[in-house]
Design a protein around this ligand. Sequence first.
Ligand SMILES: Nc1nc2c(ncn2[C@@H]2O[C@H](COP(=O)(O)OP(=O)(O)OP(=O)(O)O)[C@@H](O)[C@H]2O)c(=O)[nH]1
Length: 191
Amino acid sequence: MKTFNNEQILKLQTGVTDLLAAIGDDPDRSGVIETPERVVKAHAEIFAHTGETQFSDYKLFDTTQDADMVVVEGIPFYSMCEHHLLPFFGTVDVSYVPDGEIIGLSKVPRLVDWASRRPSVQENLTHLIADEMQRIVHPKGLAVNVTARHMCMEMRGINQPGTQTNTSIYRDLLKTDTFLRDSFARRVSQR
Ligand SMILES: Nc1nc2c(ncn2[C@@H]2O[C@H](COP(=O)(O)OP(=O)(O)OP(=O)(O)O)[C@@H](O)[C@H]2O)c(=O)[nH]1
């Protein structure tokens, strides 16, 4: 969780109070009187890694099994669209072919969580996860697949509940080796 300083807390609380007043609500009514404080706490979690450029909570291990493909699939994520500050959420699938080193398995969902907790768009989230996997593991091949629902498309605007969006990145062996690429694509499409 992020720790906001006093100036940030005051700005956030004032912003929420002003927003409530601006939409025609009464910021002093009992139901919302503590809302600015709650929103600060919620934002400290939701936007915990805003501005951070490198994921650091990982461990690597040596391996000699460098021909195998590792897949961590169906990792849930929740993020916030940077255009409307509304949630987008779904699942991430990550696959890589190690080149002498493997990452601790739990660190892949941790990386996804780290990347998600900032204002973003789905394409940039997909790239951030891929670029950090690349930097950390230096794999022979890498694939990242993100499937999401966007509340900015469901509860407003075009108003299309259930629409799913998909973004994917394939690099090196996972792009050029048809067996590896197709087996990853088949796994994630069958889920
Ligand atoms: N490519 C991409 N677009 C996104 C994402 N999240 C939101 N958007 C889009 O950002 C666009 C913003 O367009 P604008 O025309 O500036 O905003 P708007 O008037 O609210 O657009 P509508 O949603 O069409 O009503 C919309 O088309 C959204 O669907 C995302 O993760 N990736």
